[in-house]
Design a protein around this ligand. Structure first.
Ligand SMILES: *Cc1c(COP(=O)(O)O)cnc(C)c1O
Length: 482
């Protein structure tokens, strides 16, 4: 499989050539040159375990890694021990257990993607990335220093994936004292030598600006072997395709349907990484009817799919909500979908996104049939507010005796808007309720039971360095420890 940029850069690169980079050199995102079709394989894959299925799906895209090596990476990554934080009625060996919540005239299921070490779905891809990077760096005899900014889930998922990896160091910036105590504790309690938590006296935007400034300093970046693991990384997207296939196969089995019958997925969305994997799975022939992009008050994507106008928010217009991992000003993976929407026309995509970087605006509604075009790809959308979230958490608890987190509640909101009699609806559960105790307290009047591993996490010793909001100080710190 060869890869090229949504904006046309094409050096016929293979998987391992592109994954250590973020953006393509022309500012676009890497895409495979074709989508392999899997419809005739689904029957053969029905009884595979998660790690076996991951290998089958990933080898279609990672074909420059020797078969046995890729198999080993999948076997190391998708273990019951890593994804062990299941609900009491779920089996850890399933990795992503599917629970049928409702199966009357309408069918509603929950696909648990948050049983990994940080209790959020980012572990699904990031754990793979950790093992993959370690392998590739070993082969290339390289080291990598990952620099990132986080306001919550991404940073901890990256650190838990990269800890103890000899070829990798992680420098993670976060806004000092701005994350929830649980989130801070998850990151800061890691004592591994290769993990550097840097708390910046400022806000998340300041952290992000520092990362951007370092990324734009080519010389510093090259000398210090700086890389990123943000949500546009192709290896993350590709690893996320696997659970759409697994969720589909499980639904077919558990609901006594047959391969070829359709299901829909409702996806709590921020940077469009998760749902982009669903889009690609559908293009590969997985029988998906609808892909519901669920947003919170930061409804950039909902507006796009309903009006054809993709309008980025400014940082000021981006609200802090009770589903904080979906608080985005623009959706960084959206360009991948637009590329397909443009029938892979790289010149058009380049023109639109270069324009977008100046105007923050792309207008799809200049073509009258834009809604039908979105619909052809299965895309619809929804928006929820804090009040919806609380109502849905209460309602789901009352009906099914399950506590869902606020992001998953946004997913249930979208699912209910588009459920119909014939097609099962699968909501992706992207985080566990324990991470958002205060929201659950507001909704239910009590806090959810924590797994014993997290009982005293806020009281553990902390490994962090507090730095001023100052680019040179951060650069100095990195240089000292790389
Ligand atoms: C990151 C995240 C999302 C959003 O996923 P995207 O890939 O950015 O669309 C949703 N829910 C949770 C809990 C997350 O951590």
């Amino acid at each position: 499989m060869k890869y090229y940029s949504t904006r046309g850069f094409d050096k016929n690169e293979s998987f391992t050539d592109i994954i250590l980079e973020g953006l393509a050199p022309d500012g676009g995102l890497y895409m495979p040159k074709t989508y392999p079709n899997i419809i005739n394989k689904l029957n053969l894959w029905q009884d595979l375990t998660y790690n076996e299925l991951a290998f089958e799906v990933l080898q279609l895209f990672c074909d420059d890694i020797p078969t046995q090596d890729l198999k080993d990476i999948c076997d190391r990554t998708y273990t019951a021990n890593t994804y062990k934080y299941t609900r009491s009625n779920e089996a850890a060996h399933e990795i992503t257990p599917l629970t049928i919540l409702e199966h009357s005239n309408k069918t509603l299921c929950l696909l648990a993607l948050s049983n990994g070490p940080t209790l959020a779905f980012k572990d699904m891809a990031m754990q793979f990335l950790g093992n993959l990077f370690d392998y590739v760096l070993d082969k290339k005899q390289q080291k990598l220093n990952i620099l990132g900014a986080t306001s919550g889930d991404t940073g901890s998922a990256a650190e838990y994936a990269m800890r103890n990896k000899d070829n990798i160091k992680v420098f993670m910036l976060s806004p000092h004292n701005k994350m929830s105590p649980f989130q801070q504790a998850q990151m800061f309690s890691l004592m591994d030598k290769n993990i550097f938590n840097i708390a910046i006296e400022g806000f998340f935007d300041n952290c992000q600006d520092i990362v951007k400034a370092v990324s734009n300093d080519r010389e510093f970046k090259t000398i210090n072997q700086i890389g990123t693991v943000n949500s546009i990384n192709w290896a993350r997207i590709v690893a996320q395709i696997v659970y759409y296939v697994k969720g589909y196969l499980n639904a077919i089995k558990q609901l006594n349907l047959k391969i070829g019958d359709k299901v829909s997925f409702s996806v709590p969305s921020g940077n469009f990484g998760n749902i982009c994997a669903g889009h690609i799975a559908k293009q590969m022939g997985l029988p998906i009817d609808k892909l519901i992009a669920c947003t919170n008050e930061n409804d950039v994507l909902d507006i796009t799919f309903k009006t054809g106008k993709y309008i980025a928010r400014s940082e000021k217009q981006t609200e802090q909500t009770s589903s904080p991992s979906m608080d985005i000003s623009k959706a960084s993976n959206f360009e991948r979908f637009v590329f397909d929407y443009n029938k892979q026309n790289t010149a058009k995509t380049k023109q639109q996104f270069e324009e977008f970087s100046k105007t923050n605006y792309i207008d799809f509604s200049i073509n009258q049939d834009y809604i039908e075009n979105f619909d052809k790809f299965g895309f619809v959308s929804s928006k929820s507010t804090h009040a919806h979230r609380l109502d849905i958490i209460r309602d789901v608890y009352k009906r099914y005796n399950i506590i869902i987190d606020p992001h998953t509640a946004d997913g249930v909101k979208g699912a209910r808007e588009y459920m119909n009699d014939n097609i099962p609806m699968i909501v992706l559960e992207t985080a566990q309720a324990s991470k958002f105790e205060s929201v659950i307290q507001s909704a239910l009047g009590f806090i959810p039971q924590r797994h014993s591993d997290f009982m005293e996490i806020e009281n553990k010793a902390k490994n962090l360095t507090v730095l001023d909001n100052d680019l040179d100080k951060v650069k100095g710190f990195i240089q000292k420890y790389v």
